[in-house]
Design a protein around this ligand. Structure first.
Ligand code: WTA
Length: 654
C-alpha cells in the first residue's frame, strides 16, 4: 500500500498525556481554540499583540499589516529591530552563562559555548565583516559545515544588516555558482572542508571552482574557517582566514537597526522550473514565527535541551537552529556528523549523553534508522525526551508508531510539522498539549494561519475529500518575494486561478471529517527525496547538458526510505545503449548530475529509450513515465501516443 493509501486508512488517535497537557504552554483544546478565536476576531490585533510580546523592538511599530500592494504584503513595517540582538543580547542580563550550543563534531569532540561567549564570538565576526567593508543590504553567501561558526556567521550577518544566503555544503560548484551569481554576493563565508562520517569533504576548493566558472564578479572577499586543516590555496587579495579576520576585533558590536521588512536572508529552493528560487524572508515577521513555534509547537521551557538534526543549509536549520532556539534562549545540540557514523546508534547516543528533551528530525532519517537497527534505541536511556517532531515529508504510520513507542516510550507527543521554505516556520502541526495526534497527519493549522483545501476554482472542498492546499490570509513569516524576480513570485504563489487571492503551497492535501489535514505530496514537478526538494526540470536540465544526451524526463517513484527516488528516462544522441554499455553510461550520467547539482540529485535509476512517450503535439506524457517507473501495468489510454512501442523499451531496467 502506498503511503497515501495507508494514511487515508489511518484512524488511530493518540491523546497527549494528562501530565504533558498540564505543563504545556498551550494547554488543552480550549486554549488552542481561544487563540484561534482571537485571530478570527481581529486578525491584525492578534499578530500585533504577539509581535509586541515576543520581539524586542528598537523602534516600536504602529502599522501591523500593509495590504496595499498584494501579494507583496508588509508586516510591522514602520518598526525597527535587529534579529541578532533578539537572539543574543536579550539573554546577557538574564542568563549569560547558560549553554547556548553543545556542538558535537563528527569525531565525537564536544564543545560548549554559553550565550555570553556566543555573543562575543558573533560581535567579533560582525566587526570582522564590517572591516571588509560589508554593509547593510549586501548579500553574503555562507557555504559552511555544521558548526558553531556557521551559526555565528549567520548571526553576524544579521547583526550588521547583511542578508545571508546559506548554501547547503552538499551542493556542487555549479549550484553554488548559480546562487552566488543570482544573489550578487559580495562575500562568501566558507571553511577549508567538513567532516562527515569520518570522511573529509572539501568546501573552499568548491567555492574556488564556482568562482572560476565566471559570473561571480560581485565576490570581493572570502572568509575561511579552518575546520579540517587540509592544505588549501588562499588568494592573497581576496581570501582571509576567519581566525585572522577576528583576531583584533572588538568583542562588542552595536547592532544595525533595520526595518521590520529588511531581508534577513535569501534561501534558494527548487521550483517547478529549472532555476532555483531565492526565497526572500523578512526580519520581524520571520523571527516572530520562529519564536512562536518554539513556544507553541515545541512547548519550549527554559530547562529544555533542544535538538534539531537539520543542516543550516535548509530552512529547518535556519528557523530551528540559527534563530528560533537562540531567540528563546534554549540550550541546543548542533551536530556535524551523520546518524550512521560510526554506528547507526549515533542519534540515540547523543540524546542519552546530552539529556535531549525535544528532538526534531526527518521521517527519512527515522525510516533508515529503523532499517539499520530498530532495537538500537533500547540500548540507551532516552528518558530525558519529552517531545518528538518530524519535518520535511509525510511520515508513514508505521514509522510514526515506531518513533512513538521505541524512541518516545509512548510518553512523548509527536509534532508532525508541515511547512515550507516559503512559510518561514510551521503552519500546520499538532500543538503537543492540545491536539490529539493521528499518525501521518499534520493535524491542524496554528492559530492565525488560515489554511484550506480547495478545488481548481478556489472553492473549499467538503471535509472528507482532497484538493489543493492554500492559505487564505497573509501571515507574518511568509516569503516576501523571489529575489530579483517579483513576477515569478506572484505567478508561482498567487496564481490567477484563485484571482491572486490565495497563497498556493504547491501541495495536495485532504481534510478528514474531524478537520485534520493530510498532506498528499506536491502537485507540481517538485520531488521530495529524503526530505529535500528537487525540481524535476533542474535534473532534466543537468542531464541534457551532457554531450551524450539528446532528451531526458525525470519523475519520482515511491521509495521506502527516501520517500521518493529520482528516476530518469534518457534518450541519447547516438544509439540506445544496451548491456554493459548502458550501465557505464548510466553511471557517467549519475555522476554528472551529482557534479552539476549535488549528490542528493543523482538519479536512483536511469533508463534508456529511442524516444520518450509523447503526444502527437510533442508533449512528454509524464503520467505514463511515472507508471512505468513504478512497474505498474499501463491501463491508461495510450491512443494519443505518437509512439506506443517506446513504452516497452522504457520498462527495461539497466
Ligand atoms: C513537504 C521543509 C508532509 C511538502 C520544511 C512541502 C511535508 C515541502 C511536511 C517543503 C510534513 C514538509 N508532511 N509533507 N510534515 N513538511 N513537507 O521547502 O511537500 O524543503 O511543500 O521545507 O516538503 O519543503 P522545504
Amino acid at each position: 500500500m502506498s503511503n497515501i493509501e495507508s494514511v487515508l486508512h489511518e484512524n488511530r488517535v493518540f491523546e497527549p498525556s494528562a501530565e504533558f497537557v498540564k505543563q504545556a504552554n498551550i494547554s488543552g483544546m480550549s486554549a488552542y481554540k481561544a487563540l484561534c478565536e482571537e485571530a478570527d476576531q481581529d486578525y491584525e490585533a492578534f499578530w500585533a499583540r504577539l509581535a509586541r510580546d515576543n520581539l524586542l523592538w528598537h523602534k516600536p511599530f504602529d502599522k501591523t499589516l500593509d495590504e496595499s500592494n498584494p501579494p507583496f504584503f508588509k508586516w510591522f513595517h514602520d518598526g525597527e529591530l535587529n534579529a541578532s540582538y533578539n537572539c543574543l543580547d536579550r539573554h546577557l542580563n538574564t542568563q549569560p552563562n547558560k549553554v547556548a550550543i553543545i556542538f558535537e563534531a563528527d569525531d565525537g569532540t564536544v564543545t560548549r559555548i554559553t550565550y555570553k561567549q556566543l555573543y562575543h564570538r558573533v560581535c567579533q565576526f560582525a566587526n570582522g565583516l564590517k572591516s571588509l567593508g560589508i554593509k547593510p543590504g549586501d548579500r553574503v553567501v555562507i557555504y559552511m559545515p555544521m558548526s558553531i561558526e556557521a551559526v555565528a556567521a549567520m548571526q553576524a550577518c544579521a547583526r550588521i544588516g547583511a542578508t545571508h544566503s546559506v548554501v547547503f555544503g552538499g551542493f556542487s560548484a555549479k549550484s553554488l555558482q548559480d546562487r552566488i551569481g543570482d544573489a550578487g554576493a559580495v562575500a562568501v563565508l566558507t571553511a577549508d572542508g567538513q567532516m562527515r562520517g569520518g570522511k573529509e569533504i572539501p568546501l573552499k576548493p568548491v567555492v574556488d571552482e564556482a568562482i572560476a566558472m565566471g559570473g561571480c564578479d560581485s565576490v570581493k572577499h572570502m572568509v575561511v574557517y579552518k575546520r579540517t586543516g587540509s592544505n588549501i590555496k588562499m588568494q592573497d587579495e581576496r581570501d582571509v582566514w576567519l581566525s585572522d579576520l577576528v583576531q583584533n576585533q572588538l568583542d562588542v558590536c552595536e547592532p544595525v537597526w533595520v526595518n521590520a521588512e529588511h531581508p534577513l536572508f535569501i534561501l534558494y529552493t527548487s521550483g517547478s522550473t529549472g532555476k532555483p528560487k531565492g526565497v526572500q524572508h523578512s526580519t520581524a515577521g520571520y523571527l516572530l514565527h520562529a519564536i512562536l513555534t518554539m513556544k507553541w509547537t515545541f512547548d519550549f521551557k527554559g530547562s529544555d535541551v533542544f535538538w534539531c538534526t537539520a543542516d543550516v543549509g535548509w530552512v529547518t536549520g535556519h528557523t530551528y537552529i540559527a534563530y528560533g532556539p537562540l531567540a528563546v534562549g534554549a540550550t541546543q545540540v548542533v551536530f556535524e556528523g551523520v546518524p550512521t557514523y560510526p554506528k547507526p546508534d549515533r542519534f540515540w547516543k547523543l540524546i542519552n549523553e546530552f539529556g535531549v528533551t525535544v528532538f526534531y528530525t526527518a521521517p527519512t532519517a527515522i525510516r533508515s534508522l529503523i532499517k539499520l537497527g530498530a532495537d538500537l534505541p533500547k540500548n540507551y536511556d532516552l528518558s530525558s525526551l519529552r517531545l518528538l517532531g518530524t519535518v520535511g515529508e509525510p511520515i508513514n504510520p508505521e514509522a510514526w508508531i515506531w518513533y512513538y513507542e521505541t524512541v518516545g516510550g509512548k510518553r512523548c507527543p509527536i509534532v508532525d510539522t508541515w511547512w515550507q521554505t516559503e512559510t518561514g516556520g510551521h503552519l500546520i502541526t499538532p500543538l503537543p498539549g492540545a491536539i490529539p495526534m493521528k499518525p501521518g497527519s499534520c493535524t491542524m493549522p496554528l492559530p492565525g494561519i488560515m489554511c484550506d483545501v480547495v478545488d481548481e476554482t478556489g472553492e473549499s472542498v467538503e471535509k472528507g475529500s482532497g484538493g489543493i492546499l492554500v492559505i487564505k490570509k497573509p501571515w507574518p513569516a511568509m516569503i516576501r518575494t523571489i529575489w530579483g524576480d517579483p513576477e515569478r513570485f506572484k505567478k508561482t504563489y498567487y496564481p490567477e486561478d484563485f484571482q491572486g487571492k490565495y497563497y498556493l503551497a504547491g501541495d495536495g492535501a485532504s481534510r478528514d471529517l474531524d478537520g485534520y489535514f493530510w498532506i498528499m505530496g506536491r502537485i507540481d514537478d517538485v520531488l521530495n527525496v529524503s526530505g529535500h526538494r528537487l525540481g524535476t526540470m533542474e535534473i532534466e536540465s543537468a542531464l541534457v547538458a551532457h554531450d551524450l544526451v539528446a532528451e531526458a524526463a525525470v519523475v519520482g517513484r515511491p521509495h521506502d526510505v527516501k520517500g521518493e527516488a529520482v528516476i530518469a528516462f534518457v534518450v541519447l544522441k547516438g544509439d540506445r545503449p544496451t548491456g554493459e554499455e548502458s550501465k557505464e553510461i548510466a553511471k557517467t550520467l549519475r555522476d554528472w548530475v551529482g557534479k552539476d547539482i549535488g549528490a542528493i540529485a543523482k538519479p536512483e535509476e536511469i533508463r534508456f529509450g529511442d524516444n520518450l512517450p509523447k503526444t502527437r503535439s510533442g508533449k512528454i506524457m509524464r503520467r505514463l513515465l511515472r507508471a512505468i517507473a513504478k512497474g505498474e501495468e499501463i491501463t491508461q489510454d495510450v491512443s494519443t501516443l505518437e509512439n506506443p512501442q517506446i513504452l516497452d523499451q522504457l520498462k527495461e531496467t539497466v
